[in-house]
Design a protein around this ligand. Sequence first.
Ligand SMILES: Cc1cc2nc3c(=O)[nH]c(=O)nc-3n(C[C@H](O)[C@H](O)[C@H](O)COP(=O)(O)OP(=O)(O)OC[C@H]3O[C@@H](n4cnc5c(N)ncnc54)[C@H](O)[C@@H]3O)c2cc1C
Ligand code: SF4
Length: 465
Amino acid sequence: MGKITGFLEYVRQEVPERTPAERVRDWEPFRLPLPETVRQEQGGRCMNCGVPYCQSGIHWEGRTFGCPLHNLIPEWNDMIYAGNPSHALSRLLKTNNFPEFTGRVCPAPCERACICGMYGDAVTIRDNELSIIEDAFAAKTVYRRRPPQWSGKKVAVVGSGPTGLAAADQLNHRGHSVTVIEREERAGGLLTYGIPNMKLPKDVVQRRIELMTDEGVSFVTGLDASDPSVAQRLLADYDAVILCCGAERRRSLGVNTEGISSGICYGTEFLKAAVERQQFGKETTVFTAEDRDVVIIGTGDTASDCAATALRQGCRSIIQLVRRPEKDYLQNGVLPRSYAHEEVQAVFGQDPRRFGVQVKELIAENGALSAVVTTGGDTLPCGLLIAATGFEGCESAVCEAFGVSYGKTVHTAEGRFATSVEKVFSAGDMRRGQSLVVWAIAEGRTAAAEVDEYLNGYTNIVRSI
Ligand SMILES: Cc1cc2nc3c(=O)[nH]c(=O)nc-3n(C[C@H](O)[C@H](O)[C@H](O)COP(=O)(O)OP(=O)(O)OC[C@H]3O[C@@H](n4cnc5c(N)ncnc54)[C@H](O)[C@@H]3O)c2cc1C
Ligand code: SF4
């Protein structure tokens, strides 16, 4: 809890945001911190409700209510209000390895479960979380924690997204020697190559990876574990292997693309190329949206991130085609807007979404895409079609290389992480399907507990799931 009467005295305060028209001119974060005294009052709004549903993490009608990590939310809200940052930090890090990621990109199911929100506005839980960890980094109180002794056991974690990082962090702190294998040039998975810089700055991801390296985790990048010889080596050299390779098997576009050699790409391909170009100065063969009419298929985070990225690259226009009708998206009669929809509105004067329509046909000139015909009968000029249509499941090559049983995702027993192959485990999007960063961390932490038990015969790592 914060202050007993805090929820009556203080109103919810959102963090200030740079205006959409201003922020589309750069790639910097658009959400800014609140002054310290205001943040303390926001912690004080937590009202000692007795049953903190915010930390329960329950599933109901396909949605999550409460924090899947069971973050000790009322405790750290209390510490924010009391002005005790070191205690707030220690309680936060008990359950969440990377609050600097969730504090920026989590959709905050905890706030949906906040009792304060039943009759008014929920406590600003996610922003409070971010302020604790960022204040701690700024004050240099996030210390390096090396295990007091090493166990002599070796674990390979394949994939360095939030799942792999969380598993590696937990097992390293238990004293196992952990090596993270990543096929890309840089670690971080979708934290690095998917979610754009304005939502999650890449130096924030790098800061955590450097800290983990300092604490003893080894990172090997540019190594693809779907190569059978690499997989065999890992199986021979390590006591356990955890596959955390995400779920990037793409859905097919469902339209005839014959004869079209340029102008079509997948959302994650487009976002990855944008990050490589913009943040890491690397040239790629994937188109930019500059001076092009852009059509995005799909809705959700990826589609929004593609729209925001295309705007910053200087596209000529943006239309977003959404298969389901508008009524399916209304919340209390209002159509929610993402940061990207606000930005498109500011630049082009209209919401980019067209509901209840799909792509019917593609038109090309000399092999280059030039227009899209919709099921609504419109012909839209289009120099770049981005398919943000989601993923079917995990990639098969890496499953084949390790011989694990899989379908859409890797098969494990309900709530468990061991695969069909001895000493091979799997977690995150690769096991549960496309999900969220908070679930990825929860999976990584819990898989680490199971692996620790496998290696030691017991574990003192607390399961999140
Ligand atoms: C564009 C986009 C935006 C998103 N925005 C949000 C958001 O705002 N909030 C949120 O909560 N969630 C968001 N998500 C979802 C979230 O990013 C994922 O659920 C999360 O990253 C899954 O973590 P993971 O570690 O399981 O997989 P990933 O992050 O996908 O990481 C898997 C890693 O495994 C590596 N790998 C794969 N195969 C191999 C191999 N053979 N050898 C070696 N390495 C391999 C990959 O290169 C990658 O680095 C978004 C997803 C996308 C695509
Ligand atoms: S991780 Fe997400 S659900 Fe959990 S407290 Fe933070 S914002 Fe809420």
